[in-house]
Write a protein that binds this ligand. Structure first.
Ligand code: ASP
Length: 403
């Protein structure tokens, strides 16, 4: 029987959702439950998936020397691409200067209570949980990663018999998670339709958006496109010796899902699935790098943070010195590492950058209206960077990929 491939089904529902959301604004509320259930299903397997895939990944990596080497490669890749992304954003926002001449004042309607002032030290300190179960129950991803790495390292140190028990257990657990993921993936077209139609219905007043905001959105999207279409593919091609177009095709399902859900964490099960089954990256590499990447490697978010901060400065008529721009670059990197892989996490972290360079936090009110849309683009970039990293690292470890 004629069967449309899953990524095409998802793309079609994404496209159909736009007119549906626009023309049936009032009726969308009857189908939002589909998207909500879909997201809940994805979220429900994130924590067990991170635990099982990282622990299983570390057990397969074997010795702690190998783990150290992979860890260094992974972190170096994450830092390099995030820094490249931030400088791309810096270049675009200075060239286009979307906020110049807007002469905005701090929005009155916007109160500071809408944002939480997260501090970097708190974020770092909270990585080590004092209670494993509360970290898991509260979905604290960095802590869950910490626990998984700890377990993985020490399972490797147990005697042969114990290690075998754990290996068999986590292998089985991992397989179970993948089976559930496959089932949820089949629901993606329906979930995507409902979510995207909802977003369109909510933001269809966007045509009334001020010109400055259009320029701002254009700047973020252009800079993200540069990083997505040029920088990352160049790295995949030159360093990984992998055909970026084939890799992009292999990763199309997670990318469209990331775009629609605006959550790299929720997309993680699908990212791992495609990385293994379509791109041919081993479970050892994808299980270790992708959960880590979904939480700490956010190129799109880093780029957006920087552009947003500079735009707010331009719009409010603040002069940002070269030193302040460098401070903004550093804090954008930290903020992207600390941001959770959930919708609109980036805008919350923006407070850190604004305070680091002395801009009023209420400035966020200016860009709030377009944030949900920009979130879609930056989340897709985040997931794309994770998957490129997994491919490059797999190749550097001598793996033969399908792409
Ligand atoms: N939504 C993004 C993600 O999940 C984070 C952000 O808001 O920038 O990757």
């Amino acid at each position: 029987m004629f069967k449309i491939k899953l990524h095409w089904q998802i793309l079609i529902s994404l496209i159909l959702a736009i007119p549906a959301g626009y023309f049936f604004k009032e009726d969308i509320k009857y189908i939002t439950w589909v998207g909500t259930i879909f997201l809940k299903l994805l979220k429900l397997i994130i924590v067990p998936l991170i635990l099982s895939s990282i622990i299983h990944g570390i057990i397969s990596i074997g010795t702690n020397d190998n783990l150290g080497r992979l860890g260094v490669k992974t972190i170096s890749y994450y830092l390099t691409t995030s820094i490249l992304a931030i400088f791309t954003g810096l270049f675009f926002v200075n060239m286009i200067a979307p906020g110049e001449g807007m002469n905005m004042t701090v929005p009155q309607s916007y109160t500071q209570t809408d944002v939480t002032d997260a501090s970097i030290t708190d974020t770092l300190m909270n990585i080590v949980p004092s209670n494993i179960f509360s970290a898991i129950a509260e979905n604290k991803m960095l802590s869950v990663i910490f626990i998984s790495i700890l377990f993985g390292i020490f399972i490797n140190k147990t005697n042969r018999k114990t290690k075998k028990v754990f290996t068999t257990f986590f292998e089985a657990f991992n397989e179970l998670m993948m089976k559930i993921t496959m089932f949820i993936m089949k629901l993606t077209p329906y979930g995507v339709f409902s979510i995207v139609a909802g977003v369109v219905a909510e933001t269809s007043s966007i045509s009334a958006m001020a010109e400055g905001l259009l320029w701002y959105s254009g700047t973020v999207i252009a800079a993200l496109a540069f990083h997505f279409c040029l920088t990352l593919p160049a790295m995949v091609w030159i360093i990984g010796k992998v055909n970026p177009i084939k890799h992009l095709k292999a990763m199309s399902t997670p990318l469209i899902t990331a775009f629609s859900t605006s959550s790299s964490s929720a997309t993680l099960p699908i990212t791992i699935n495609s990385a293994e089954n379509k791109a041919g990256i081993s479970n050892k590499i994808s299980g270790f790098t992708l959960p880590l990447g979904a939480t700490v490697n956010m190129d799109g978010t880093a780029l957006y943070e920087l552009v947003a901060a500079m735009f707010i400065a331009q719009a409010l008529g603040y002069d940002i010195s070269f030193t302040d721009q460098l401070i903004a670059v550093g804090t954008a990197l930290l903020a992207s590492i600390g941001a959770a892989g959930i919708p609109m996490a980036g805008i919350v972290m923006l407070t850190i950058i604004l305070s680091s360079i002395g801009l009023p936090l209420e400035g966020i009110g200016i860009i709030f209206i377009v944030d949900r849309i920009l979130d879609m683009f930056r989340t897709a970039t985040n997931v794309w960077s994770d998957s490129c990293g997994a491919a490059i690292i797999a190749k550097s470890e001598g793996e033969k990929l399908k792409v």
